[in-house]
Write a protein that binds this ligand. Structure first.
Ligand code: PLP
Length: 396
């Protein structure tokens, strides 16, 4: 093959999630939109807060078109970075430095840029916690490192002892994601503290620096009175990778940021490596209009009550039917145990009833399916009889 074979393989084989989503479109055309219960994709179902449209209209009608659509500096508009740092401090009493922030095209870009800025040797390892967002493997391997997966403890929380045993002289970074996709689990504070302590011990033992990459697209989607975690408070060598895709319901607009903690080792060098990786990957100057929009709307959140209502309805109903699910205190996903232990079999059985749920193998955790409940509450209600038929197949 003349082109790059690894890239060809990634392009030729769609992710399981995309595969199901495409199947859903085909099936809807065949049997009618209302008869397919598509829980495959994490596409927000709640509109952006009304301030988003108002700010866009204001920007479009009052700002110079040349300035509005022109390049910003490579790392993003300084005014926008100032506003983000101000709001972050108000929310968490922790001061991010706008001079260590880099505007990006969403969390995917934040992660790839950060990984490329950190990884430097083919022996480098990046640890993450199962279950995890499948693209971590793609991003890590493309950056030139090996992804090491830490299996979960009960309740899909962090197995700290297992995590400690995976850290070695090759560990360059750890990716953490809380609230978690696919489980919806919010890691408790004592586990965050234990992860930070394990990292500090490993840095001392191996004489290395290990960066904690906190992937935070769901930071604003936390329920049950729980607080989102401010990871830089717990561990100095932290890089925050944020996205407005879910908090402002703007996934198609591709906007987010990277913030290197002002307490991180070699923070200036790391930040310049972030700028360099952004440059090398072609990720300079994130979408200008949406950088301005973020300046106006950072800190606002789409109506998460809809997700909360969906969570309660689905978690309650499925538990009552006999299914076992990890309790999701955030994001908009439910991770359900396959009654037979076989995720693909369970996903296929659901598919026969036009319920589309993603088997968990690609999330690094066998024997579950992921339900993305960022759909209308009405769709969930209408899907319950089909779930009941599914439950009868396993529980009689
Ligand atoms: N990280 C996680 C855990 C996600 O669930 C997603 C998207 O669903 C991303 C990163 C990528 O987010 P974005 O669309 O902002 O690039």
């Amino acid at each position: 093959m003349i082109c790059n074979e690894k890239m060809y393989a990634l392009g030729a084989k769609r992710s399981v999630i995309r595969e199901l989503f495409e199947y859903g479109k085909m099936r809807k055309a065949l049997v009618g939109e209302e008869n397919v219960f598509d829980f495959s994709l994490g596409n927000p179902s709640v509109p952006p807060p009304h301030e988003v449209k108002e700010a866009l209209l204001r920007l479009l009608s009052t700002e110079s078109e040349i300035a509005l659509h022109g390049y910003t500096s490579a790392q993003g508009d300084k005014g926008t970075r100032d506003v983000i740092a101000k709001h972050y401090e108000e929310a968490f009493s922790f001061r991010l430095d706008p001079e260590l922030m880099y505007m990006t095209c969403g969390a995917a870009a934040s992660l790839t840029i950060t990984l490329n800025a950190i990884v430097k040797d083919p022996a480098d390892e990046v640890v993450t916690f199962a279950p995890f967002f499948p693209e971590y493997r793609v991003f890590t391997e493309k950056a030139g490192a090996k992804l090491v997966v830490c299996p979960p403890a009960a309740g899909l929380e962090i197995d700290v002892a297992a995590f400690r045993s995976l850290l070695n002289e090759h560990t360059r970074a750890v990716i953490i994601n809380s609230p978690n996709n696919p489980s919806g689990v919010v890691y408790p504070e004592e586990q965050v503290k234990a992860v930070a302590a394990a990292l500090r011990d490993a840095e001392k033992k191996f004489g290395t620096t290990i960066y904690l990459i906190s992937d935070e697209p769901y930071r604003a989607l936390v329920f049950d009175g729980k607080q989102a975690t401010c990871f830089p408070k717990y561990y100095d060598d932290t890089v925050v990778c944020y996205s407005y895709s879910k908090s402002l319901s703007l996934p198609g607009e591709r906007i987010g940021y990277i913030a290197v903690s002002p307490l991180a080792a070699e923070k200036t060098e790391l930040y310049l490596a972030v700028c360099g990786a952004g440059r090398a990957l072609g990720y300079v100057c994130a979408p200008a209009l949406f950088q301005r929009l973020v300046k106006e709307c950072d800190g606002l959140t789409a109506d998460v009550n809809v997700y909360l209502q969906n969570r309660d309805l689905l978690y309650g109903s499925l538990s009552e039917m006999g299914f076992t699910c990890a309790y999701p205190s955030g994001a908009f996903y439910l991770f359900v145990k396959a009654p037979s232990g076989d995720a693909s079999e369970f996903s296929e059985a659901a598919k026969q009833l036009d319920i589309l749920v993603v088997p968990s193998d690609s999330f690094g955790c066998e024997g579950y399916v992921r339900i993305a409940y960022c759909v209308s509450t009405d769709l969930i209600r209408r899907s319950l009889p089909a779930f009941r038929t599914l439950a009868a197949k396993y529980f009689g």
